[in-house]
Write a protein that binds this ligand. Structure first.
Ligand code: NDP
Length: 259
């Protein structure tokens, strides 16, 4: 099998935040399969070791899998974590800001602490990790950053306003990073998944009424799978997207396009 050179990312080094499970782990798998060296991140070292073991031996051409446990909402821990990754593994070519959480509750019941937690986890994290990685990428003159947005960067439903606020702001942070760092050879884009079956959405998948609503509203007629997202990530991380920056690519079976 031959790969078109525009899509060849073999040998690059990538950090995927929040990759101990779910979408982040699928991204890590895709990058390893594309022969990248990948660093898995999350807060739980044991979960990371298990996640790394699942990717053992699937990469070709010297692709390695490493782990780096740190909390992406903690500025000093992020600075230390990125420095440690670059020292142990090598210069980062690709950063995927994927770590995130959801908290479904009506706004009138949303507490101050819950608001700060979701903002820190979904938005501040991308600023902290992005800034730390970009300090090094700008000095080297190249880099790819992909921020994992959501269809809720565009639209919102009752009971999920804080999540949508973080993902809408992440879309604008993506454009701002593109504006600031483009001249240094860094492309920054967003990837916006639709409804994807993961641990985060398990309560929704198990709610038959909601699940049927998702299938009915999605032109593709089904929930997304984590594998559905990998191609878009690999594209945004590849030379094929060297003149693509500040965009959000929605991978949602068409949902954000229909009423
Ligand atoms: P999961 O809950 O399955 O996984 C979340 C990952 O993030 C875990 O690896 C978790 O590890 C890690 N994480 C959470 N908080 C932190 C933190 N403070 N520091 C470091 N790591 C952290 O979520 P999904 O895979 O479903 O979602 C991944 C991303 O995709 C999120 O940004 C989400 O908003 C987005 N998304 C998901 C959709 C879906 O339908 N599933 C739809 C649209 C967007 P640990 O807890 O061990 O730290």
């Amino acid at each position: 099998m031959t790969t078109h050179p525009l899509f060849d990312i073999a040998g690059r080094t990538a950090l995927v935040t929040g990759s101990s499970r779910g979408i982040g782990h699928a991204f890590a798998r895709g990058l390893v399969e594309a022969s990248c060296t990948v660093v898995l991140n999350g807060r739980d070292p044991r979960a990371l070791e298990k996640a790394a073991a699942e990717l053992d031996g699937i990469g070709a051409g010297g692709a390695e899998v490493h782990t780096a446990a740190f909390d992406v909402t903690d500025g000093p821990a992020v600075a230390e974590g990125i420095a440690d990754v670059e020292e142990r593994v090598g210069p980062l070519d690709i950063l995927v800001n994927n770590a995130g959480m959801q908290n479904r509750a009506p706004l009138l019941e949303f507490t101050d602490d819950a608001w700060r937690q979701i903002l820190d986890t979904n938005l501040t994290s991308a600023f902290l990790v992005g800034r730390e990685a970009a300090r090094r990428m700008t000095a080297r003159g190249h880099g790819k950053i992909v921020n994992i947005c959501s269809l809720q960067s565009e639209v919102v439903r009752p009971g999920i306003a804080p999540y949508a606020a973080t993902k809408g702001a992440l879309k604008m942070l993506t454009k701002g990073m593109c504006a600031d760092w483009g001249r240094y050879g860094i492309q920054v884009n967003g990837l916006g998944p639709g409804y994807i079956e993961t641990e985060l959405t398990r309560p929704l998948v198990e709610d038959e009424e909601f699940s049927a609503w998702v299938r009915g509203r999605t032109p593709a007629g089904r929930w997304g799978r984590t594998e559905d997202l990998i191609g878009a990530l690999l594209y945004l991380a590849s030379p094929a997207a060297d003149f693509v920056s500040g965009q959000v690519l929605y991978v949602d079976g068409g949902m954000t396009s229909v009423l």
